[in-house]
Design a protein around this ligand. Structure first.
Ligand code: HEM
Length: 456
């Protein structure tokens, strides 16, 4: 019976995570148990009180869920997989790279990437492919300082091959990870991983600790105190963190932005309202324009609503290290517990008309951490959430200010597993038409700024 349930849960998860979790809520209420492939029983909840309790548990009671299906991809030194003191120490080292002045410096990379991409817009524009290209450009600049198209293309191809080789079967069924005369799916995955590793190791080895460079790798190298050359273990450790940032920071943001473009195209009133709010300062290439756009409440509410309705990481899972009671469930060490984020985000008590896209709800109410968690929570909350929001806002503001965005053909995409995260299953094709003058007020301001023609 358990084998049948396991198979049925795995199949329904693979087919449509959101629909499966929704049907479990209809049948069992806010808290239920799922037989997850590779983990056995996981008690999931979307009851806000229990979610709050879960997020407040200390790291000695609940920690990173292990074994992780991502381990072959990220390496066992990845921040996502570390527990306890090792996790706290590593996080402490990486945290400054995603705050304050560092975050501010990445704005330059983001603006450059979207500005470059804007000059070669295809028509119709494939939202997912476009956002993958732009976010990869951003993350490669931020992590490695790579800004040459050739090097970027090498990384892009290696990451694409790696993600394509890590099939849902390899992700969800650890027993499928075996060599088959060097030509099986696992062998192809290992070859693809080695190819990306070679590129990353080359970046690390070539790099002298440059005092001025702003990229993450240069920061990490400046932090270290051990003599050169690096030991093999240290090299692997840095590789695990860089791969984690590269993969955690790329697909998540790309898919969230693809959803954002879809909702801009289908909610033209929201699109115009954002445009109006961000265009109160002239000169889109000016840093004052960007700071003004970053303060836009409408853009902020729009991004929050996209992340509510379409959380690209729909589940947050923890290993139970010490006994803990969650509602009526006594959870014992060795078991797992999690938040069903999509269920929480569509709870009608918290979000009236939960399946409607209504950014205004975030202008009317401030949600608490345990009511809204697209970036997870507790000491494991997404390390790059500030970076991701900043990136989403700069990219969307730049596009909305320059173009009217609409669908090329009607589509109602559903969410499905795309690589490691959830994203739109169907292709979203867009038409982006240039806006002549952004607003009458702005046109007037620009006219005033234009120098008078010199008489012949
Ligand atoms: C819209 C974009 C993003 C979304 C929705 C997202 C979501 C998440 C979620 C749900 C988690 C798990 C949190 C938990 O277990 O409680 C996570 C972890 C993480 N994310 Fe993100 N993420 C995004 C972008 C980024 C970016 C841009 C980076 C870095 C460049 C990043 C780096 C990480 C890291 C390192 C972790 C592991 C944190 C830890 O275990 O301590 N993410 N992210």
């Amino acid at each position: 019976m358990r084998s049948f349930t396991r198979l049925s849960h795995a199949a329904r998860l693979g087919l449509n995570v959101e629909r499966f979790f929704h049907s479990m809520r209809v049948r069992h209420g806010n808290t239920f148990s799922v037989l997850m492939p590779g983990l056995n029983d996981v008690v999931f909840t979307s009851d806000p009180i229990l979610v709050s309790q879960l997020l407040q548990a200390d790291s000695g009671t609940l920690s990173s869920s292990l074994p992780s299906p991502l381990e072959p991809l990220l390496g066992n030194g990845s921040l996502i997989l570390l527990q306890g003191q090792a996790h706290a120490q590593e996080r402490q080292q990486l945290k400054p790279l995603f705050q304050g002045t560092c975050l501010h410096r990445y704005s330059g990379f983001i603006r450059q990437a979207i500005s470059d991409a804007d000059q070669h817009l295809a028509s119709p524009l494939d939202a997912q492919a476009f956002m993958k290209q732009v976010t990869l450009d951003v993350i490669l600049r931020a992590i490695f300082g790579i800004n040459t198209p050739d090097r970027r293309a090498l990384f892009s191809a290696a990451i694409g091959r790696l993600l394509a080789s890590f099939s849902s079967l390899l992700l969800l069924v650890p027993q499928s990870r075996f060599s088959l005369f060097g030509i099986g799916p696992w062998d192809r995955f290992l070859q693809a991983r080695q190819a990306l590793d070679d590129l990353i190791f080359a970046e690390i080895r070539q790099r002298a600790p440059d005092q001025n460079a702003d990229d993450i790798l240069s920061h990490l190298l400046r932090q270290r105190t051990d003599p050169l050359p690096m030991s093999e273990a240290e090299l692997r450790h840095i590789r695990d963190q860089l791969t984690t940032l590269l993969l955690a920071g790329h697909e998540t943001t790309a898919n969230s932005l693809a959803w954002a473009l879809y909702y801009l195209a289908t909610h033209t009133a929201a699109q115009s309202a954002i445009r109006q709010e961000i265009n109160t300062v002239p000169d889109i290439d000016n840093s004052a324009w960007i700071s003004n756009a970053m303060k836009s409440d409408r853009l902020d509410a729009f991004c929050k609503e996209v992340l509510r309705l379409r959380p690209v990481v729909p589940l947050v899972i923890r290993s139970v290290l010490k006994p803990i009671t969650l509602g009526q469930h006594l959870l014992l060490p060795g078991t797992y517990v999690g938040v069903a984020t999509h269920n929480l985000h569509t709870d009608p008590q918290l979000y009236p008309q939960p399946h409607a896209f209504q950014p205004e709800r975030f202008l009317q109410r401030k949600y608490k951490t345990h009511e809204y968690l697209p970036f997870g929570g507790s000491d494991k909350k997404c390390l790059g959430y500030g970076f991701a929001l900043h990136e989403m806002k700069i990219i969307l503001a730049s596009l909305v200010a320059r173009h009217a965005i609409r669908l090329h053909q009607p589509v109602e995409p559903v969410a499905s597993i795309q690589g490691l995260v959830m994203g739109p299953k169907q292709k979203i094709l867009l038409e982006l038409s240039d806006l002549p003058a952004v607003t009458p007020a702005l046109a007037e301001l620009r006219k005033q700024k234009t120098p008078a023609p010199v008489p012949e």
